[in-house]
Ligand binder design. Structure first.
Ligand code: KG4
Ligand code: ZN
Length: 352
């Protein structure tokens, strides 16, 4: 069974073909990230307009890379939430149209859940991918950390999961992006904060870790603490504008703040993940979402959790069509009904 996955929830336009939920035949991602750099974050209008321009060529390239024609495709999976409305609409309308014109079943995919399913890909002949050796076993603890989500979920089986906890304010990736802005580091913030932190010392500044009940998280207090720290370091008061901070901070102040922030933010996730591991003794622990690309997160989790921490190839951590196609395969394999190609809508605030 070959499923074409289409993803357009944020600033990546992506398509991929996956066989039976484990074999990746193609993976095409066109990002408009470069167009957003000058604004320090994704501009929804620009992202949506860019999706319109590239989505059909991206789908075409995904089919060609997979050496497939439409006749080989058994179904189309598309992200219908969560995400930016304008961006989601382009993917969903494109997938609906393709499903109708090529007479294929259409599967509606939850973006956050799809991130988890990037962990089920184990084979590819595409160059440059380090694939997982095996699919994760159930029960599976999923640590979902992206620009829009920070969640811990316990999966007993496919589509049988419960949310243990989630962020009550900002997502961890969002905090990385905002801290990068304060420090004058380029968008997206995660990789640039990680790079800066490598040259910094996390012990120079002590930032507060939010104490949240159960398995919930909070990152907005940490973000504000970084802002206050930066203002204090240059001898200014709380009303000094954040946009002017970067020009006044020295390089060593920047890298040390980046290191302290990264350490505190990652510890927040790692503490709760280790606690969940002890309480539920899962067979596998997976990380998913853009922040799963963080080398620091992987290293700190490995120190605290006794079983191997599993994660997808770096290119499959950030938004992509492969994860959407993989979850589409499991939707079919578990006999779930397809969506109506004449009426599928978007759900920008879809939760898990
Ligand atoms: O999953 P994703 O591509 O998009 C969403 O669904 O949100 O995640 C993007 C997020 C951004 O906030 C980005 O800064 C963060 O993932 N990110 C990282 C790293 N690489 C990407 N955060 C920390 N360290 C990284 N190396
Ligand atoms: Zn994502």
């Amino acid at each position: 069974m070959k499923i074409l996955g289409i993803e357009s929830s944020c600033d990546e336009t992506a398509a991929a073909v996956v066989v039976d939920g484990y074999r990746l035949l193609s993976n095409v991602v066109a990002s408009s990230a470069d167009l957003h750099v000058q604004y320090g974050g994704v501009v929804p209008e620009i992202a949506a307009r860019n999706h319109i321009e590239v989505i059909l060529p991206v789908v075409q390239e995904a089919l060609e890379q997979a050496q497939c024609t439409w006749a080989d495709i058994d179904g189309i999976a598309v992200t219908y939430g969560a995400g930016l409305s304008g961006s989601l609409l382009i993917g969903v309308m494109t997938a609906r149209t393709l499903a109708i014109t090529h007479n294929k079943p259409l599967y509606a995919i939850n973006h956050v859940l799809a991130h988890v399913y990037a962990n089920f890909l184990t084979e590819t002949s595409l160059p440059g991918f380090k694939m997982r050796a095996t699919q994760p076993a159930f029960p599976m603890l999923a640590i979902i950390v992206s620009g829009g989500h920070s969640q811990l979920a316990l999966f007993e089986n496919h589509f049988d999961y419960r949310l243990l906890g989630q962020t009550q304010d900002d997502a961890i990736g969002e905090a990385f992006d905002k801290v990068a802005k304060i420090l004058g580091l380029p968008y997206p913030g995660g990789p640039s904060v990680e790079k800066a932190a490598q040259n910094g010392d996390a012990d120079v500044y002590k930032l507060p870790k939010a104490k949240m009940p159960g398995y919930d998280f909070s990152f907005s207090g940490l973000k504000t603490a970084v802002l206050r720290l930066a203002q204090a370091e240059i001898g200014e008061s709380y009303d000094f504008p954040s946009t002017k901070l970067a020009a006044r901070l020295s390089d060593s102040q920047k890298v040390n703040i980046a290191a302290s922030f990264q350490h505190t933010a990652l510890q927040t996730i790692v503490d709760k993940a280790a606690q969940a591991y002890e309480e539920f003794s899962p067979e596998s622990v997976v990380i998913a979402g853009g922040v799963a690309a963080s080398g620091g997160l992987r290293a700190e989790l490995s120190e605290r959790i006794p079983i191997p921490i599993e994660y997808p190839d770096f290119k499959l951590c950030t938004d992509n069509g492969a994860m959407v196609a993989t979850l589409g395969c499991f939707t079919v394999l578990t006999d779930q009904p397809p969506a109506d190609p004449y009426s599928l809508g978007i759900e920008p605030n879809l939760s898990m």
